[in-house]
Design a protein around this ligand. Structure first.
Ligand SMILES: NC(=O)c1ccc[n+]([C@@H]2O[C@H](COP(=O)([O-])OP(=O)(O)OC[C@H]3O[C@@H](n4cnc5c(N)ncnc54)[C@H](OP(=O)(O)O)[C@@H]3O)[C@@H](O)[C@H]2O)c1
Length: 489
């Protein structure tokens, strides 16, 4: 069978293709990681020739792969890119596309990736058309379909989409992308936990007091207001990125590094998380909206779409019983930062003299996902030239210091390479999607009911509503920035 591979990008005139997909494919080409025979075919309705399409893409590579762009390498790479003008909602158009691709493939043999970089409301129709045009049969080469986030709007729509997907495709052909999982720092979490024998014995309820996960953005909704309104932070960030981070912190060691082994363990974590019932949302969740959100063009008057959420989950299994996981995410916050901080329990007995009513700070391990990429461990040390005064000090690992500034590839680069290689470890399986919606749906339901906590307004550039501090203060904690050491304001 031929090893030629065609990467078909639906929605190729759009933002994601321009900013992420083509710059990442360019870098894969530069590193000689594309298959021996490859071609990239952009599909959209806009009127481009091959040349004008390449020119448009080149501007993206110049901007988003600027450290590696050279005109010479781009020209070599661009020879493999072409454009097909078509409407993916039209079966005729999809059949024409099939013929077009077939002309390039030798004797009808060739592998294909179909990347759905289009609005989510086009996923079902596109997949159905690919099925109806027999374009996903694998008798003449493999067929893989990449589906962008968001996957569903709630549990019912995610199930409907999964059904539509499975009607046409085997699960092994489906690659549901959550680009957070392509980040080196996120992948390193598994290596850190399971390739070092030091941490695993203490990675449980006996030693861990609580866990905080923060995924904060400084940007507001900007020109995406129309898309964002009615979606909100729970669907945009919590259901996918933040829940994925939680699953990696909480997972049991998989028996192997095979995709199914890892995905099985992650699914077990989601099934062990105690759902927050609609009637309990006021106790375990906080929702907020930055004060100027409703002024953005595209936001419905009086919109109650939350741009901030803080939650407390418990994972009901032997490892994690009783350990709270606090998660927060929002827009227009004080800093762009994604981090996970694990708080260990304080020593059971302190023999050192300490000021009245004070305790040594707990050991804290922070996994810094962005923008600081690394790991910080903070612990107590004796202040020199004192009898026994203690202070928190830190050991830190930073990717750029240890591996050089070029060491971290764009998440999409890694994920696209995995699709080419057929490694689905970093992609979300249908059951995990379903299970995570089962946790998010009751919260959204509660927020739409009489049980809803108030929608708290916060100033842009702060750390969100005061009530989020109260949620965690109620349990005796406060939010920390283990990577940047900023203070919540
Ligand atoms: N942009 C990001 O950073 C980002 C991040 C995470 C996830 N995503 C997801 O990725 C997907 C794409 O996002 P995007 O930001 O690139 O969207 P976008 O800028 O709106 O691009 C989508 C493209 O789809 C094309 N299109 C629409 N209807 C079509 C049809 N009937 N047939 C063929 N092409 C059609 C449009 O081009 P024509 O008008 O030329 O047809 C448009 O350029 C979305 O699902 C989004 O949620 C995006």
């Amino acid at each position: 069978m031929s090893e030629s591979t065609t990467i078909v990008i639906f929605g190729a005139s759009g933002d994601l293709t321009h900013r992420k997909l083509i710059p990442s494919l360019y870098d894969l080409y530069r590193k000689d990681r594309l298959p021996d025979t490859w071609r990239i075919l952009g599909v959209a309705r806009s009127d481009y020739s091959d040349d004008s399409f390449r020119e448009y893409l080149e501007t993206g590579v110049k901007e988003f792969a600027k450290d590696t762009y050279t005109a010479k390498r781009w020209r070599e790479f661009a020879k493999g890119i072409s454009y097909f003008r078509g409407d993916i909602t039209s079966l005729e158009s999809i059949k024409d596309l099939d013929k077009f691709i077939g002309e390039w493939e030798t004797d009808g043999d060739g592998n294909r990736i179909y990347y759905l970089s289009v609005a989510p409301n086009l996923y079902e129709k596109t997949i159905a058309n690919l099925g109806a045009a027999h374009m996903v049969n694998e008798d003449r080469g493999w067929r893989r379909v990449v589906i962008e986030k968001p996957f569903g709007h709630d549990l019912a729509s995610a199930r409907q989409l999964n059904q539509a997907v499975h009607h046409v495709l085997a699960e092994s052909q489906v690659y549901r992308i959550d680009h957070y999982l392509g980040k080196e720092t996120v992948q390193n979490l598994l290596v850190f936990r399971f390739a070092n024998s030091l941490y695993e014995p203490v990675w449980n309820r006996n030693y861990i007091d609580h866990v905080q996960i923060t995924a904060a953005e400084t940007v507001d909704v900007g020109h995406r207001a129309h898309f964002y309104d009615g979606v909100g932070v729970m669907r945009d960030m919590m259901q996918n990125h933040v829940m994925q981070l939680l699953s990696l912190v909480a997972t049991e060691p998989p028996s192997s590094f095979e995709a199914e082994a890892i995905r099985n363990e992650k699914a077990k974590v989601f099934s062990a998380i105690r759902p927050i019932r609609p009637q309990d949302v006021a106790k375990s969740t906080v929702r907020g909206q930055y004060r100027t959100y409703r002024d953005a063009e595209g936001v419905a008057p009086g919109s109650t779409t939350p741009t901030y959420a803080a939650l407390r989950f418990f994972v009901d299994n032997w490892r994690w019983q009783g350990v709270p996981f606090y998660m927060r995410s929002g827009k227009a916050l004080a800093a762009k930062v994604t981090e996970i901080t694990i708080f260990f329990k304080r020593p059971p007995h302190v023999m050192f003299p300490m000021p009245a009513n004070s305790k040594p700070a707990p050991n804290r391990l922070s996994i810094c996902i962005q923008p600081d990429e690394g790991i910080h461990f903070s612990f107590q040390a004796k202040v020199p030239d004192t009898t026994a005064e203690m202070r928190n000090v830190e050991m830190a690992f930073h990717y750029d210091e240890s591996f050089g500034t070029q060491s971290i590839p764009e998440a999409y680069e890694r994920l696209l390479l995995d699709v080419i290689k057929g490694d689905a470890s970093l992609f979300t399986r249908s059951d995990a999607i379903d299970l995570s919606w089962q946790l998010i749906d009751p919260i959204l339901e509660g927020w739409n009911s009489n049980f809803a906590p108030p929608l708290n307004f916060y100033e842009s550039g702060t750390w969100g509503p005061e009530e989020a501090k109260e949620l965690i203060a109620h349990d005796g904690y406060s939010w920390v920035h283990g990577c940047s050491h900023e203070e919540d304001n």
